[in-house]
Ligand binder design. Structure first.
Ligand code: ADP
Length: 266
């Protein structure tokens, strides 16, 4: 690993990146990484060149979701070279998992080391030209988030997409995220309600497993855009576990349409 970079290095590394979008959630397990991956794949399908940065240092799941578990990043004179997730090289990925000797090794670092790693992730990855950089953050609002926002300030990120499940235990935590964004002057691009209803594969009827509309009500309360809802879809889970692109496998599905609609305003 190279020496921690100066904040200005972030601006020069990301100077050819048109849009920077952060994905946040109040809790773990609400589908933040799933939504990040699906947003990235949907943007790629729309013809964009996309980078996906997994900043979830303690629980990196993006390499697994894209079946890139055994990949390693290499160094070039400009920094770390991200891993391409597709043959056309339109989706490049960087994750802490690519730097670990063994993928199952835990990352047990204290705050300062995590902060230094985030700076490096933002300053030392050679993305080249990108239309979008999607940043999957750890759950909650921690040191890592503050460090990320500070390091990105000069780049003026487009803003944050907040992911929640519809029920109050999750939406309550998203309120903290919303307040964090407001305090940190990070624009809020909108709220996504994930696991919003279950579409039965047998009868196609949608049941609201959790209470419904939590994300939408929260968006109205905070006067931020509601980007849409993604149903709990067994085919989506399957595609994530098999590492096959859901976008490619089920181009006609309602879930895919929902994800495309979320991506439109970004
Ligand atoms: P987080 O990043 O918030 O911790 P993940 O994206 O890792 O959450 O999702 C947790 C689990 O839920 C994963 O196994 C994922 O496959 C599954 N999952 C997330 N969203 C959906 C969905 N809309 N439909 C089906 N499974 C989902």
């Amino acid at each position: 690993a190279s020496v921690a970079a100066e904040p200005d290095a972030v601006s020069s590394t990301l100077k050819n990146v048109k849009h920077v979008v952060l994905v946040l959630s109040g809790k773990g397990g609400v589908g933040k990484s799933t939504v990040s991956v699906q947003i990235a794949l949907s943007l790629v399908a729309a013809g964009h060149k996309v980078g996906l940065l997994d900043v979830d240092l303690c629980g990196p799941s993006i390499p697994t979701m894209l079946h890139l578990q055994n990949h390693k990043v290499h160094q070039c004179p400009q920094g770390w070279v991200p891993v391409f997730a597709d043959q056309e090289q339109r989706l490049s990925v960087m994750s802490i998992a690519f730097l670990l000797d063994r993928q199952d090794d835990p990352v047990v670092w204290r705050g300062p080391k995590k902060t230094a790693m985030i700076k490096q992730f933002l300053a030392d990855v050679y993305w080249g030209e990108l239309d979008y950089l999607i940043v999957d953050t750890p759950p909650g609002t921690s040191d890592e988030h503050i460090s990320m926002v500070e390091n990105l300030r000069k780049v003026s990120p487009d803003g944050a997409v907040l992911v929640t499940t519809p029920q109050a235990v999750s939406t309550n935590d998203v309120k903290k995220e919303l307040n964090f964004c407001i305090k940190a002057h990070l624009p809020i691009l909108g709220i996504v309600e994930n696991m919003s209803g279950f579409v039965c594969p047998h009868c196609a009827e949608c049941s609201n497993v959790f209470s419904s509309k939590g994300g939408e009500l929260l968006a109205a309360e905070f006067k931020v855009p509601f980007l849409g809802r993604v149903p709990l879809d067994p085919l989506l889970t399957q595609s994530l576990e098999s590492g096959q692109s859901f976008v490619a496998l089920y181009p006609e599905s309602a879930t895919r349409t929902a994800i495309d609609a979320i991506v439109k305003p970004l």
